[in-house]
Design a binder for this molecule. Structure first.
Ligand SMILES: *Cc1c(COP(=O)(O)O)cnc(C)c1O
Length: 393
């Protein structure tokens, strides 16, 4: 870590990832598989390393948002099933089959065209498909029994497509009011019953995200899709308050003080817009983190970081690559470690707290962490891998 030129980095505790998979494993039925959701670079944690750890710890499948994200995992040598949760353009069907990446589908026309594309190839591989059913998310998926049956028939009659799963997605599973979740569940079950009544054998059935897996483990079916819980965060305060599963945050964001000064001479303005004016003699430290790293500009004059286990406020505007913090009357040293998200000497700034400050959710705070921040992967307290665009010069 001493070799960073710009001293800001992310630490990912792979033991926490392992603990989280195991905690969820104990909570859901033995017969339900775990699909680790590693979209958006594993919520900012780094998809390859998280995927490997999750698979080692009890997950058996992976989910991503795009074929490209899937190919990143395949190129790293990961062979577990990978499902693309989003919509895939027909132009990527061939690529998906070649890389053995499963796609979500819900339109007869898309399925027929996909089959035709694969038919044209000399030695096409089969393309695995999960059907997406819209029971209330209103995003993607079949919405009627009639459409579902047509999609199933189109799949069954296509030579190059194999039907391997059917799923739905809850829109309010993280909320205290469980009414819509129950309704969506009921609706999904009645879709499945409708298919069974037509003598159709069901492939892998899945519906639960982290929130539903925690609050409704009885809905786990053949598989759950574990996203935020994998990273040790709760989908919402109300899910955390259920106290059903003990999760451990895996990510910390740290830096070293780049520069410290006492604001003795005028002007004592700090950062763009001169929105902060230091007191005479106030100690201001400059930290190499900014909105270009995913540290929101909305934290200007609002955020806090940890210095010597104490909360110190962001002074003035967050810039693209740096922030200033006020140490007040306390001294600080160039090169000293500070914690932006995570723990230091018993104090903690959680990603949930930052998200609340920003009026958003932890998912967003994590997934915007930029790739220019190096990731250090820890096991048993030791660095086992470093992932960075350019580390040594
Ligand atoms: C992102 C996503 C998940 C994971 O949700 P978490 O709340 O992070 O567990 C599951 N299913 C679908 C369809 C998703 O898009």
């Amino acid at each position: 870590m001493k070799k960073l030129c710009r001293e800001v980095w992310i630490e990912v505790d792979l033991d926490a990832i392992k603990k989280n998979v195991r905690a969820i494993r104990r909570h859901i039925p033995n017969t339900s598989k775990i699909m680790a959701v590693v979209k958006a670079n594993a919520y900012g944690h780094g998809s390859v390393e998280v995927a490997r750890q999750a698979l080692e710890s009890g997950a058996s499948e992976l989910a991503v948002a795009s074929v490209e994200e899937g190919i990143v995992l395949r190129r790293a040598g990961i062979t577990a099933p990978i499902l693309v949760l989003g919509f895939t353009a027909l132009s990527c069907v061939k690529k998906s089959a070649v890389w053995n990446i499963t796609l979500s589908a819900f339109q007869v026309s898309w399925i027929k065209k996909a089959n035709r594309i694969l038919e044209k190839e000399a030695d096409s591989k089969r393309l695995s498909i999960h059907i997406n059913v819209d029971t209330g998310m209103g995003r993607l998926g079949v919405r009627t029994e009639e459409d579902l049956l047509a999609v199933v028939k189109a799949l069954k009659s296509s030579t190059y497509l194999s039907w391997d799963g059917i799923f739905t997605h809850f829109s309010t599973a993280d909320e205290p009011d469980t009414e819509l979740t129950m309704l969506q569940h009921e609706k999904f079950i009645s879709f499945l019953r409708f298919l069974k009544n037509q003598d159709i054998t069901l492939p892998t059935v899945h519906m639960c995200n982290t929130a539903a897996a925690i609050a409704f483990p009885e809905f786990s079916a053949d598989m759950i899709r574990l996203g935020i819980g994998l990273y040790g965060l709760y989908p919402s305060a109300s899910i955390k308050e259920l106290n059903l599963v003990d999760l451990t945050p895996a990510l910390s964001l740290k830096a070293r003080i780049a520069y410290v000064k006492a604001m003795v001479t005028d002007p004592r303005t700090v950062s763009y817009g001169a929105t902060y004016i230091a007191e005479p003699g106030e100690i201001i430290a400059t930290i190499p983190i900014g909105y270009g790293d995913g540290y929101s500009r909305a934290l200007s004059n609002r955020g806090f970081i940890l210095h010597r286990g104490r909360r110190v406020p962001v002074a003035g505007r967050v810039t693209m690559d740096m922030i200033m913090v006020s140490l007040g009357e306390n001294e600080g040293k160039q090169g000293e470690e500070v914690v932006i998200y995570g723990k230091q000497q018993g104090a903690e700034i959680s990603v949930d707290e930052i998200a609340e400050m920003l009026g958003t959710i932890s998912y967003e705070v994590l997934s915007v962490l930029s790739r220019r921040v190096p990731r250090f992967y820890f096991r048993d307290g030791k660095i086992i891998k470093i992932s960075a665009p350019v580390l040594y010069v």
